[in-house]
Design a protein around this ligand. Structure first.
Ligand code: 1GP
Length: 252
C-alpha cells in the first residue's frame, strides 16, 4: 500500500487523530534510538517521523535501518533538506515550505532531491509545510530564513492552505517549530480545518495531553510530538498522550 493510503488508514482507525512521534536521529546512539522507537510504538505511536532542520549524523541510513528493525509502524522521512534522504525509510514527506518566500525551500531543495528520490524509488507524500510564529525564533525559521505566519491571523493560514489544495498537495503540516514554547493556536487549526479538505498534521511545542486534545478537537488529523518525549522515563507519558490524541480517554 502507498504511504499516503497507509497514513489515511491509520487516521481512519482513530476516533480522534493519529499520533506521530518525531525522532531526532542526532539525539542518541542508534541502539538508544531503536529502543525509544520501540517504546513509542508499543505505547501507542502510529508512525515515526525521522529528520529535522539540522542533521549532524552521517549515518542516517543506519539509524533508520535499526529503527525499522525495532518497530512495525511506518518510519517516514521528515527532511530539513535535500541531503536528508534514505531508501531505508517507508517513504518521505515531500514538503514545500509554502509559508515562506525563500525559493530554496519552496522548490530548490525539492529539485535537488527529486532525481535521488526517483532513483531510490522512494514513496512520496506531497505536503504543504506552514511555519506558524511562536514567541521566540525556532531552528526552522533560522535555517530556512523565512518569516513564519502570524499566530493571530488565521485568514493568512487559510489562504496558504487553499493555495496548497489548489496546487494538489495531499497534506498540510501546521508547524510551530520543534522545541517551540507555544504550539500552533487551536483557532488557527480550526480555521484551516473548515476551509480545506487536506489532511492536517499539527506539531511543534506540544507538551501536554490537554494541548494535544485541544488541537485534535480543532481538527488535526495527525499530531506530532518530539521534544516532550525525549526525556528518559517517558513511557507512561507516551501512553497518556497516545490515548489523548486517539480520543480514547473520554470525549474530545
Ligand atoms: C517538529 O512538529 C515537530 O517539526 C515536533 O515538535 O519537538 O516541539 O514536539 P516538538
Amino acid at each position: 500500500m502507498k504511504l499516503f493510503d497507509r497514513l489515511m488508514t491509520i487516521r481512519k482507525a482513530r476516533p480522534g487523530a493519529a499520533f506521530l512521534v518525531l525522532l531526532d536521529p542526532d539525539q542518541e546512539t542508534a541502539d538508544d534510538l531503536a529502543r525509544r522507537a520501540e517504546i513509542c510504538c508499543r505505547e501507542g505511536a502510529d508512525a515515526l517521523l525521522v529528520g529535522g532542520s539540522l542533521l549532524m549524523t552521517g549515518s542516517l541510513d543506519e539509524r533508520i535501518r535499526v529503527v525499522k528493525q525495532a518497530v512495525d509502524c511506518p518510519v517516514i522521512l521528515f527532511p530539513g533538506g535535500a541531503y536528508q534522504l534514505s531508501a531505508e525509510a517507508d517513504g518521505i514527506l515531500f514538503m514545500s515550505l509554502i509559508s515562506g518566500r525563500n525559493p530554496q525551500y519552496l522548490i530548490g531543495e525539492q529539485v535537488l532531491a527529486a532525481p535521488r528520490v526517483h532513483q531510490m524509488r522512494m514513496d512520496t507524500v506531497p505536503v504543504a509545510y506552514m511555519l506558524v510564529a511562536s514567541e521566540s525564533m525556532t531552528s526552522v525559521e533560522f535555517i530556512s530564513q523565512t518569516r513564519p505566519l502570524p499566530r493571530n491571523k488565521p485568514d493568512l493560514a487559510v489562504a496558504h492552505a487553499l493555495a496548497a489544495q489548489y496546487l494538489g498537495m495531499r497534506m498540510c503540516y501546521l508547524e510551530a517549530g520543534s522545541g517551540s514554547k507555544q504550539c500552533v493556536p487551536a483557532t488557527l487549526v480550526s480555521a484551516v480545518r473548515q476551509a480545506v479538505g487536506l489532511s492536517l498534521i499539527v506539531g511543534g511545542g506540544i507538551q501536554t495531553t490537554l494541548e494535544a486534545k485541544e488541537l485534535v478537537r480543532a481538527g488535526a488529523d495527525f499530531i506530532v510530538i518530539g521534544n516532550a518525549l525525549e526525556k528518559d522515563g517517558r513511557r507512561e507519558f507516551v501512553a497518556e498522550l497516545a490515548r489523548a490524541v486517539h480520543g480514547e480517554d473520554g470525549p474530545l
